[in-house]
Write a protein that binds this ligand. Structure first.
Ligand code: ATP
Length: 233
C-alpha cells in the first residue's frame, strides 16, 4: 500500500530545502532531478528525465500535468509519493496523498470489496468509514454491480475504476492521478469530473496527468513537463 500513500508534513531525509515556504501550499516540489541509468561501462546509458522540476499545489484546485510521452510525468508523480528516489531537490507535503498509478496495481484474486477492505485498513479507516466511502465511490463511478467480483473477472475499464477508487477511498488532501480515466466510457469520464469537482470544492488539491486537449479547460492551472522542467502555462 506504500505506493499509494506518502507521509505528511515533513521534508524527506536527505532533502535540501531553500527555506522558503509558499504560504498555504499543500505540496511543494523544488528543483527535483532524476536520471535513469542503465547498463555497465562502456555501454552505460543515462537518461536525464527531470532537470530541476518545480511545482506547487494549493487547496481547492485541479491542476493538469501534461507533456509528450516520455517527458517524465509518471516519474515525477512516483517521486512525490516516495515510490522512486530522486537524485536531488526537495519535496514538502502538508498533508497526505492519494495516488492513482498509471498502471493498475491490483490483486487479481481479490474482489472489489476485498480491495476496499484491505486498503482501507492500511489507510487506518474504520470498517464503517470503509463501507461509507466505498459505497459513495461505487455510486459515483457506477461499478457497484461488480462489488463481489474478483479483479481477474473485470473488464479493463472496470479495473481502471478500482485503481482510481483506491486512491479516492481515504479522502486525502492531495490527489495525484496518473491518467486516471484511460479506458473509461464517456459516462464514467463525466462522472470522474463531477467527483473531482466535489473534492476540489472540499478544499482538496488534485494533480492530474492528461493527454486530452479537451481536458485543458477543466484545469485551474496547467504544468507542461518539458525538457525535465514543469513549466507553468
Ligand atoms: N525504470 C526506468 N528505467 C529506465 N528508464 C525509465 C524507467 N522508467 C521510465 N524511464 C524512462 O524515463 C522517461 C520518462 O518516463 P515516464 O514514464 O516518467 O514518462 P511519462 O511522461 O509519464 O510518459 P507517458 O506519457 O508515455 O506515460 C522515458 O524515456 C522512459 O523510457
Amino acid at each position: 500500500m506504500q505506493h499509494r500513500t506518502a507521509s505528511a508534513g515533513k521534508i524527506r531525509p536527505g532533502a535540501r530545502w531553500d527555506g522558503g515556504k509558499r504560504a498555504g501550499a499543500l505540496l511543494e516540489v523544488r528543483d527535483v532531478t532524476k536520471t535513469y541509468r542503465r547498463g555497465v561501462w562502456p555501454r552505460r546509458r543515462s537518461r536525464h528525465v527531470l532537470r530541476g522540476a518545480d511545482l506547487e499545489l494549493y487547496p481547492g484546485e485541479v491542476v493538469g500535468l501534461v507533456g509528450e510521452n516520455g517527458s517524465g510525468k509518471s516519474t515525477l508523480m512516483k517521486i512525490i509519493v516516495g515510490g522512486l528516489r530522486r537524485d536531488s531537490g526537495a519535496i514538502r507535503l502538508a498533508g497526505q496523498v492519494g495516488y492513482c498509478p498509471q498502471e493498475p496495481i491490483l490483486y487479481t484474486r481479490l474482489t472489489c470489496d476485498e480491495h476496499f477492505a484491505l486498503f482501507g485498513r492500511g489507510y487506518g479507516m474504520t470498517p464503517a468509514e470503509i463501507t461509507g466511502a466505498s459505497n459513495e465511490i461505487y455510486d459515483a463511478l457506477g461499478f457497484g454491480q461488480w462489488a463481489e467480483s474478483r479483479v481477474d473477472e473485470l473488464s479493463g475499464g472496470t479495473r481502471a475504476k478500482v485503481n482510481l477508487a483506491l486512491a479516492l477511498l481515504p479522502d486525502r488532501q492531495v490527489l495525484l492521478l496518473d491518467e486516471p480515466y484511460a479506458g473509461f466510457d464517456w459516462d464514467t469520464y463525466q462522472r470522474f469530473w463531477e467527483l473531482s469537482a466535489l473534492r476540489r470544492a472540499a478544499g482538496r488539491a488534485l494533480l492530474i496527468v492528461s493527454h486530452f486537449i479537451t481536458d485543458e479547460d477543466r484545469f485551474d492551472r496547467i504544468y507542461d513537463l518539458r525538457d525535465g522542467k514543469a513549466v507553468p502555462r
